[in-house]
Design a protein. Structure first.
Length: 303
């Protein structure tokens, strides 16, 4: 299936340009194995002055770091599935479809089998409302049931990512980028809110580094959404300016950038390297935590 202007990459435990890779087309992880995380990534811009690779990540990618961590599960950071019934507009449904897919990624990354089914069902319900139910088809649901019965969190993590991937593919193919943009923004904000509330600030922790990496992700997200003409999306994207300001504050620390490199492995996987790595201060961490929570609350309360 050809997706116009879209490349799909599988990321090898990384979230930014300086450490990422992608699969040869058609590769599918087998059931019962630990899956790689997929990223939906628009093509490299052909503009001479713009050599950025624009990455729009799936929520699963953000939580890949948790699979081997000692972070405790906290359901209070998630959007209650009972809220789904109050979303009446296309914008609120799309934004919260993104929110719930991020919640689903978090739940499955920590192997919370009891909650996985309810979040899958909520995502499925919103997909019907948004007329993208083919993204959550009966095959996926049957596999979900099998893996729930067998207590297989690794396959559930892959299935939640596949659901997001399928929704992205369908919307891109059918020229519904307004809905697509809202889903991506909602998922990113929810994912960032969750990871900001995982543990107290610790500059050297992998979680804190993952938060710092979101500066690049936000840059790419803003580029991605800038080409989508929709007043409601523009309004919510405008709210991201406060987050961007924190990331760009003078207190941001950034390591010296290495030369950007790209290569192709023997099995056809593109591997990108180089770029710069950022860190955040405790002040930035706390500011982000407050700003992101406010924005997330406005989404989950219904826009």
């Amino acid at each position: 299936m050809k997706i116009s202007n879209i490349h799909f990459f599988i990321i090898a435990f990384a979230f930014s340009l300086y450490s990422c890779s992608g699969p040869s087309e058609g590769a599918t992880p087998s059931e019962g194995t630990i899956p790689s995380e997929e990223t939906v990534s628009p093509e490299v811009s052909s503009t001479p002055d713009d050599n950025m690779f624009y990455q729009v990540p799936t929520p699963n990618e953000l939580f890949a770091v948790l699979k081997n961590s000692k972070v405790s599960y906290n359901r209070e950071n998630l959007n209650d599935v009972s809220n789904a019934s109050k979303y009446q507009t296309k914008a609120s449904k799309a934004l919260n479809f993104g929110v719930y897919t991020a919640d689903l990624a978090y739940v499955t990354s920590l192997g919370q089998m009891d909650d996985a089914a309810s979040f899958f069902e909520t995502v499925r319900g919103l997909s019907k409302d948004l007329e993208i139910e083919n993204a959550v088809d009966e095959v996926i649901l049957k596999r979900l049931q099998t893996n729930l019965e067998n207590s297989n969190p690794d396959s559930l993590f892959y299935l939640s990512n596949e659901t997001y991937y399928n929704a992205y593919s369908y919307l891109e193919e059918n020229d519904r980028r307004d809905v697509l943009g809202m889903i991506v923004v909602g998922g990113w904000i929810e994912g960032l809110n969750i990871i900001l509330n995982l543990e107290p600030y610790n500059e050297s922790s992998e979680v804190c580094q993952r938060i710092a990496d979101q500066k690049l992700t936000l840059d790419n997200l803003l580029v991605f959404t800038s080409s989508i003409q929709n007043d409601q999306l523009s309004e919510i994207v405008g709210e991201l300016a406060a987050i961007e300001e924190v990331f760009n504050s003078n207190s941001t620390e950034e390591t010296e950038a290495a030369d950007f490199t790209s290569s192709e492995s023997e099995d056809g996987v593109m591997i990108f390297g180089g770029g710069s790595s950022s860190s955040i201060t405790e002040q930035q961490f706390n500011e982000l935590k407050s700003i992101v929570l406010d924005l997330r609350t406005s989404i989950t309360e219904g826009i």
